[in-house]
Design a protein around this ligand. Structure first.
Ligand SMILES: [Zn+2]
Length: 368
C-alpha cells in the first residue's frame, strides 16, 4: 500500500471509488514506516462503520442512556473518531475530551458524569494513576465501562485487572486498524475477543509458510473485509498474532473468538537465547508486581553481545522502601526465569523517569 501510494500519490492504485466520493480521511500512525493514507466514502463511514461499532456497543453493554467521555486529541489518526460518530448516531451522549491535560480530563469525567471512557491501555492506566495522585480516584466516578484499543494491553490479563481496579469498571478490548477497519470486540463475558464474521473473513496462518495453523495454535491474523466500498482489502496481513477459538461463547454469540485478544505483533516478537519472546508476556509479569508502576522498558541487547535482556521499571509510589523494591525485583526475576526461561537484568529508574504515552506506547528498545 505504501509503495502504491508513493508511485501513484496520494491514494495509490487500490481505491475502488473516485476521490470525489470520499467523506473522511485518515492516515496510519506510521510506526513501521511512511503512513498509509486511508479514505472512506459516505457508505463506509455512516453505514459500515456504524454497523461495526454497533457490534462493539452491544458487546460492551453500552446503552443509549450512557455518557461517553473521549479523552483524545483528534487528528489524522483514526482512533475514536469512528467509535464516537457511531455511538452518537446510536443515541449515546458524547463529552469531547480533546485538548485537555490529564488533570482536566479527570475533573471533567466527574463533572459531566461520564459512564464510559475509551483510550489506549497505557493512557487509561496513566489517567487512573493521575486520579489517585489528585485525590480523585476514578473508581469513585460513575464510569462503569472502559474501552481499550491501540495496544495488546486490554487483553494482557494483569493489565486488564490493573485498569479495572484503578477505574472500578469493566475493561473491554476493542480492535481494528486504520487500513482494515474495526473487526474485533470483547463481550461482557470477557472470554476472548469476537471477530465480526458477518463483515470480515478471518484466517490464522503460519507467518512463514502462509499455511493455516492447527486449531488452537498461534498464527498471524489475515483478514478480508467483506463489505467496504472504498478500499476493500483481501487477505490483508495485519501482522497481529492470535489464537482462534470456534466454540460457542457463553454470551450466545457464535462469532469466532481470539483467545487472549491480540497476543502480540509478529514483527514485535523477538528471539533471545533461542526463545521466542512476546513483549506482552513480559508486560503481564511486570503488571503483577504491585511495587512496580505501570511503566516499563524492555531493552534487547545486540545479538552476540553476551548481555542479558534489561527490564527498566520504576517504583509505584514514594512509600516503597529501597528494601521493598529489592525484594520485589528478586521475586520478579525468579518469576521471569520460570515463565520466560531467560534471566533478565532489572534496572530501577526514578519515579516518573520512564516516558509516558498518550497514543501507542513504545517500550521495546533494540540496541545496535
Ligand atoms: Zn461472547
Amino acid at each position: 500500500m505504501r509503495e502504491s501510494q508513493a508511485q501513484h500519490p496520494p491514494w495509490g492504485d487500490f481505491m475502488c471509488v473516485p476521490p470525489e466520493e470520499g467523506v473522511r480521511v485518515f492516515q496510519t500512525t506510521g510506526t513501521t514506516g511512511i503512513p498509509v493514507k486511508v479514505m472512506l466514502n459516505k457508505m463506509d463511514w455512516t453505514v459500515h462503520f456504524y454497523e461495526q461499532f454497533m457490534h462493539f456497543m452491544c458487546g460492551y453493554g453500552i446503552k443509549p442512556s450512557d455518557i461517553l467521555f473521549v479523552p483524545f486529541g483528534y487528528s489524522l489518526y483514526i482512533a475514536w473518531w469512528g467509535f464516537q460518530a457511531a455511538l452518537e448516531q446510536a443515541g449515546v451522549m458524547i463529552v469531547p475530551g480533546g485538548a485537555q491535560s490529564s488533570q482536566d480530563r479527570i475533573k471533567n469525567i466527574f463533572e459531566w458524569g461520564a459512564t464510559v471512557v475509551c483510550g489506549t491501555p497505557t493512557y487509561l492506566l496513566h489517567l487512573g494513576e493521575t486520579g489517585l495522585r489528585m485525590g480523585m480516584p476514578l473508581a469513585g466516578s460513575k464510569v462503569k465501562i472502559v474501552v481499550a484499543a491501540g495496544e495488546p494491553g486490554a487483553n494482557v490479563r494483569a493489565t486488564k485487572l490493573a485498569i479495572q481496579e484503578l477505574w472500578g469498571a469493566k475493561c473491554y478490548d476493542d480492535i481494528g486498524s486504520s487500513e482494515i477497519s474495526n473487526f474485533g470486540f470483547e463481550c461482557i463475558v470477557q472470554k476472548g475477543t469476537h471477530v465480526i464474521e458477518s463483515m470480515f473473513y478471518a484466517e490464522c496462518l503460519d507467518p512463514d509458510t502462509l499455511k493455516p495453523v492447527a486449531p488452537g495454535e498461534v498464527g498471524e491474523l489475515v483478514l478480508s473485509n467483506l463489505c467496504t466500498e472504498t478500499m476493500p482489502l483481501l487477505r490483508y496481513r495485519i501482522k497481529d498474532l492470535v489464537r482462534f477459538n470456534f466454540d460457542r461463547c457463553e454470551c450466545g454469540r457464535t462469532f469466532l473468538r481470539l483467545d487472549g485478544g491480540i497476543l502480540g505483533r509478529s514483527d514485535d516478537m523477538f528471539q533471545f537465547a533461542g526463545v521466542n519472546i512476546f513483549p506482552s508476556a513480559i508486560e503481564n509479569l511486570i503488571r503483577q508486581v504491585p511495587e512496580f508502576s505501570n511503566e516499563y522498558q524492555i531493552v534487547i541487547p545486540k545479538f552476540g553481545s553476551g548481555k542479558h535482556i534489561r527490564i527498566r521499571v520504576e517504583p509505584a509510589s514514594s512509600e516503597i522502601t529501597k528494601e521493598g523494591m529489592t525484594q520485589a525485583v528478586k521475586g520478579f526475576i525468579e518469576n521471569f526465569k520460570y515463565r520466560i526461561t531467560v534471566t533478565p537484568d532489572v534496572e530501577i529508574a526514578e519515579m516518573g523517569e520512564l516516558p509516558r504515552f498518550e497514543l501507542k506506547a513504545k517500550r521495546l528498545i533494540r540496541e545496535d
